[in-house]
Structure formats: C-alpha cells, structure tokens
Design a protein around this ligand. Sequence first.
Ligand code: NDP
Length: 498
Amino acid sequence: MRQVQRRVEQLEEQQQRLMTQTREAAPAVRSQPLKPGEQRQDNPLRGQDERTSTDEMAKLEAEIGRNLDQYAKRPKRYQLTATSARGVDYAQYYDRLRRRIEARGTSDFPQRNGKPLYGQLILVINVNRLGKLGYNRDGYNVDAIDVVKSSGDPALDRQAVAIVRAAAPFGPFTADMARAPGHPRSHFHIQVFAQRAGNSLAGTLMTSTESSQPADRYVVVGNPVAHSRSPFIHAAFAQQTGEAVEYGRLEAPLDAFADVVRAFLAGGGHGFNVTVPFKLQAYDLADRLTPRAEAAGAVNTMWIEDGLIHGDNTDGVGLVRDIQDNLDTLLEDKRVLLLGAGGAAMGAMLPLLECRPSRIVVANRTATRASDMLEEFVEAADSFGVELWGGGLDALEQLSEDDVCDVVINASSSSLHGELPPVPAFLLGEGVLAYDMMYGAEPTVFLQHAAQCGARTADGLGMLVEQAAEAFYIWRGVRPRTAPVLGAARRAAGRAQG
Ligand code: NDP
C-alpha cells in the first residue's frame, strides 16, 4: 500500500514537472518585430505617459494577482461558499473520472515488451450529463474521445481510448454541474503517460491541470501582445465573480498562429482571445462560427465545445454596450455615422443594426471597400428597417446640416497614425456623441477635434472592457459587472474620461 502511495506521489511530481514544461513551451515564441504597416491593437497610443501607466497597471495586476492567490490558498471555504460552486463540483467529478480511468489503466494497460514505446498522449473526453461518452445534440457529430495529441504509436493510442471507453459511464453530473449555464456537457483533457518499468512498459493515466490546479487557463494570443490589457481586465472579472480563471498573454509567431493555439488547447487551455494580427486567421481556424463572427468575417473569442473550436466576435457587442449602457445613448431611431470599413467596422455592423438605428452612414478612405461592406449588410439592414448608405470620406463634405448624425464612430485606424478623418465641424457639434475605438493615455486627435467642435467624446477603453466581459460570459456562463473594472482600467491608464 505504501509502495502504491509512493508511486502516486512520484507520478504527481512528474505530472507537475511536465505541466510546467508544457506551460513554458507553449509561448515558446520570442517577440518579433512588427512588419511595416502592422498595427498594435492594445494600447495603441503609446505616448510619454506610457511608462507611468504601465507601472501602475503592473502594480494593480500584482495586487489582483495577490488577491487571487489568497483565494486559491483557501480553496475549500472559498469554493463552497462562492455563488458559483461549479468549480469545485467539476473538479470533484473530474477527479472521480480520472481515478476510475486510472484504476483500469494501471491494471489493464498492455505491456509491450522489448519495444521502448514511451511518450505522452492527450485525450479529450466528451461526457454528457448522464456521465455517458459522446453527445450529439444540435446535430454535432462528435467522437466521444478524441486523440488530440498522439503518443506516436497508433496502437498505444487505440489501447488508451479502449481503456477510457471501458471505464465509462462515469455517473451523472451533480445538480450544480447540470445547472451550470452553457455547460450541458463537459470535456475533460486526460494526459496519458506510458512509462517504462523495468524491461516492460507500464501504463498509467493521469490528469491534466484541472485536479491539481483550481484555475482554468485562458490567454490572449497576438503579436505583439505584451501591451495587452486583457489579463488585467480578466483577472479583475475573476476576482469579482469568484470564477477560478487564470488569464495570460501568448505571443504567436506571425506564421504559426494555428500551431500555437492548438498546442495551448491540447495542453489544457480552456479558451482564448485573439488580437492583432490574427483575427482573420482565427476566423479560418474555427470549426463553428457564431452569426456575429460570420458577419464580421473575423474572430476574437475562441473556445472548445463538443471537441470543436468555436469562434465568436465580441467586439461589436462590446461597442454597442459601451455606447448604450456606459454612455447612456440608446441607438434605437438614432442616426449613426461610421468611419472605416476594416475589421472593427465589419464587427460593429451587425450589433449596430440589431439596435435598430434609423440610419447608418459608412464613410471609408477607400470608397470601394465601403461599398463592399454595405453590400454585405444591405439585407440585414433591410430586415431591421435601417437606412444604409455610404461611400468615400470625401462624400462627407457633401453632407448638409440635415444629415447630422447623433453618434459618430471612428472605427478607422486614422488615430493610430495621428491623422484626422475629414469630418466637417458641423457633424461634430453639440448633442453629438463622438466615439473613437482607439484608446490611449491621451485623447486621440479625432476626440480632441470633436471636443473642440462641441461634441461629447468617448474612447474605446469601454469597448475593450465590454468585449472582454462578453467573452468571459461565453466561457464561464457568468456576466461580470463592468463599471468597476472600467474605472480601474481607466485609473490605471492614468486619465479620466474625455
Ligand atoms: P483594419 O486595419 O482592419 O482597418 C483599418 C481601417 O482604417 C480601414 O477602413 C482603413 O481604410 C482605415 N484607415 C487606416 N488609416 C486611415 C487614415 N489615415 N485615415 C482614414 N482612414 C484610415 O483595422 P481594425 O478595423 O481592426 O481597427 C480599427 C481601429 O479600431 C484600430 O485603431 C483599433 O485599435 C481599434 N479597435 C479597438 C477595439 C477596442 O476594443 N476598443 C477593438 C478592435 C479595434 P482603408 O480601407 O482605406 O485602408
């Protein structure tokens, strides 16, 4: 008995070592210089105050990190009294499942004498509420057990899958697990290590991060990604909601986005955000897209469901929530002028149309790109009863006082280059909300100009926080309160709302 216990301890130690190696290997990518013309999405205005605000941000992040650590150190009390008991329920269930598989694995695992087969494979196991393998609701054709990383020997992989199958069913979910929103089933990553024991191979099945580490792992993937504020925002959401979430940055080489995120998921990662320049690649990578991601043609939020990679775009809904909820400007029956026709403008269109403004005018530097975008959304605009028109930026000069819009959104990256789109002053007068998706330590040139013309101004920090909240909700089924987090992010950025 003592021998078995010792072995388990050894294996747990080894597992820890391997997990550490996996974590270190995942972001095994060094910073690469920007290519000419590439843009930074996060912290795009990098002014002289940057160092101060970065220091402050680091201090706040450290404080949040310390608080999260404190939570993690008293898991029993915290998990049992938290509003969401899902974390501990899932962990307990997962641990039972693992032990059950492991019991079979250690006794039944085949020996392959003489052949130094030895490696690691990762299985994703789909379990439904009844603890049975596989789930085909919504017409998904999913294998109950996927080998996401082979041991290198197909025979060994097949044997491991057979062992898991033989160990099922694993028993119904607890009531709390079954009630958890958005989680009618679950996926468990099981790492299988086949190890040499003397002259033969002994197999054992071991858990990935979930049982040994309470926090589920998420990252923002980009290049560069060092300036991303998403870890700060998600850490604040996790602290506020009591969700056991760990959120970091992952820089992918420009030509290896798919490989890096697949490795992250295979290593136990739960989901990730995507930032510049990978949103289009993320769109291509997704097995399933939400309607708003489909409409945007770009993806910023991804997760695994039914063994498939799902992609959503939360940028547009983040923009709309910021305008309507944080800035108290209902868009219904309002007139909106949207500057730009790039990824951010595309992502904003459907959520804007869904608010049923009376009109959306799109103006873009390259007129044909604006017309292409209008064509994409003409049907949706029709169905929401929204008048839709637009063209090149020069067309703005032909507008009259009658064409003044209630909200002017700069979805172009002009501010990134310190350039001002040619919006006539009368379009930015009193009563108009001028919104720039960019944010930074100082008001953008667009916002400075709009303020001089008399408009109320807002930058895109609220949009960033709101899109993050939507991603958090998708992943965790819990909607965080954004106002305190936006306040903290703004204080950290060292400036007040314009
Ligand atoms: P894209 O590169 O996809 O598109 C850029 C757009 O800006 C194009 O329409 C382009 O016009 C236009 N543009 C570029 N330079 C100028 C200029 N000097 N004058 C006028 N128009 C110009 O970028 P995105 O759509 O992804 O991003 C746009 C902005 O939105 C960025 O500043 C980004 O930081 C911000 N953003 C903010 C988010 C937030 O959460 N707050 C989220 C996503 C984006 P053309 O077609 O002629 O090239």
